[in-house]
Design a protein. Sequence first.
Length: 319
Amino acid sequence: MNKLNDVFTVWKKLPEPQWIVDGVILENTITLIAGSSNSGKTLLCTDLMLKLSHGTDWLGKKTKTTNVMFLDLEMGSGMFCFRLQKHTKSIPDNLWYEEQQIDLMDDEKITELISILKEQEIRLLIIDSYSQLSLGAEENNNSQQALVMNKLYNFRNNGISLLILHHKRKGADNDNSLESLRGGSSIGAGCDTVLMLTKNADTFRIKTVKDRLNPYENWIDITYRFHTTNEDTIEPEIVGNGINRDDTMIAQIIRLLEAGELSGNEISKSISRNRKDTSEALKNMVDLGIIDQNPKIPKRGQRVKFFLVKTDEIESTEE
């Protein structure tokens, strides 16, 4: 047992944690990215891993050059490399890959892995996915899942941040609440940051739904699409001029339509914007495939309702 004053004194002498991704991933934290199947989780995190290797901007956010390991418990090296070639023509030397399962209940093995990560100065471990990582634990059993999270804290407490890919419950494609996470509530509760990822046709959206350390006004809500570069690789490109979508008209409209379909007039009044600007934004969102309208081709004077496009259910290898 320690006196709080002593603990606080030691804490004040520690170096201030730095952002791995500005305003998104802080050092010594556990971040969860959750989305439905084929929502682009692996696609986005592969791009992030490559951006971190050079310290280049990711979705408009500054990054810190970071050694990263990708723990692939889903695809295997063959499929991973096949997909990786779409992102880059050369592999940076500060990235690592592993596909061997981790036994989180084996403290000796965990200590050994942490030692290896620290020796290679790896500061971010990306895990795909949580369900495969926690094999053997009952998914909906909060006590067992809390034990899994407790084991993961060993990495965080040793200076290794975790970015974990996770799935939403079935039927929760457009639900961005913590309750939409698959498994027990202790999974979301145990993470420092939770990001939700959704996909509408070829348009993606990532938003913060929980962050213990970042003020709400700094939470992200970013809409993006992947495009092909001059080097014939793919990378995400933000839709619109903004970076943080919280204060944009697009984000306001999306939040409204998450509750159900609305007419243009109802949307205009709700967001306190004039009809001309609202109509222009709605047209752009329809063109981008973010929302749709009913009827698609309205007759003169006919009332039009707008609604969010459901997550693309078409089979895809780009998860």
